[in-house]
Ligand binder design. Sequence first.
Ligand code: LLP
Length: 438
Amino acid sequence: YGTSKINNKGHLEIGGVDTTSLSEKYGTPLFVYDVKDICNRAQEFKMAFDKQQMKYQVAYASKAFSCIAMIQLVEELGLSLDVVSGGELYTALQAGFPVERIHFHGNNKSPEEIEMAVREGIGCIVVDNFTELTWLMGITQSLGKQMKVLIRITPGVEAHTHEYISTGQEDSKFGFDIQSGQAGKAIETIEAHEFLILEGVHSHIGSQIFETNGFTSAIEEIYKVLVVWKKTLNYDLKVLNLGGGFGIRYTKEDTPLPLEKYVESMVEAVKEKSLEAGMELPEIWIEPGRALVGEAGTTLYTIGSRKDIPGVRSYVSVDGGMTDNIRPALYQAKYEASIANKMNDKLEETVSIAGKCCESGDMLIWDLEVPNVDIGDVLAVSSTGAYGYSMANNYNRILRPAVVFVEDGKDQCVIERETFEDLVRHERNYQSNKTQGR
Ligand code: LLP
């Protein structure tokens, strides 16, 4: 999908731009996004649905990477948008994203966030629990504004992925569970409410999934209960949102399916189950985050200090780490990297890449084969486009990096690097009580 290659200087080039010149121009750490890569992936999702002649929406899960420019790109690509907080919604509004294509998720939306969504008239709210439902009923009623909703259910399917990012099992903080009848009760409540319009059902089983059978099992479970709801509640499904979670390649051990395979298998299963149940075909919505932006992002770092422990290991440190990519520390996530200014050089040594935080767990990559590394070399870590910048933090008062988009030989800065002033912007001086005799 992407456009990276090695140029005639032996440097890593992305979107027709030499990454070493990007590191000089913007400094490091730097997130570089290959815009074409994102476009190609969006296109593949859309074409897969078009081929099946389905009604669909592909909503970009903006938690993977949200900023005004990204959301404007999503709009240009004709996708919808999934937001999970007032902040993500605000960003989407600032980007001028069409409100009717915004879907609002989350297991603890506050009354203020719900009100913001209702006032703005966004596309739908994915209702997660009874507390939220009660608030939503009150807010729509008092504003006299209708809201379309999906209900999120946990289909009781376990995706084979890291437990922190697995969400489809019954014992989960997300959604209404089907077994105990809560989901059915939520449907009744919504259908009876004057200002709520029930659009459909949502299920998200987890992330970084490489097989289609998690999705098809979820579809089976959902249809089992849909058949019951049709009988008992006279409920007809209009929209089935199957969430995101399509796996990507971080290292060569990852073998993601072509994106269209996920779509094909979902559509086939839904067609088959609808036919069996004598139901009309619903619209299918999906919410890819990582699959749209993960592989499009590369982080550039500058190599700094080095520590060789003879016979044990060489630690090579970079100017970022868990502050711009917390995934290795949080999920033991693995990454691949290369030296952007030495792409054609022979691999000569094995080093471990350390971040700059005061924390032993701040290791980006263990045992990476590289050419002989020198101070000042540029390390390019690939597949950092999802949950990198979006989970970035200021631990150790390290600045969040800049983000650039590259395409057709041009680069544009879409998020500027933070400054030291940014770090203290919201802070106030201490008012001492000492002179009062403390
Ligand atoms: N839809 C829902 C309801 C979700 O909860 C998520 C992710 C997505 C869509 C998008 O999933 P994706 O296609 O990006 O896998 N921070 C973790 C991932 C947490 C995902 C949370 N929900 C990571 O870095 O792997």
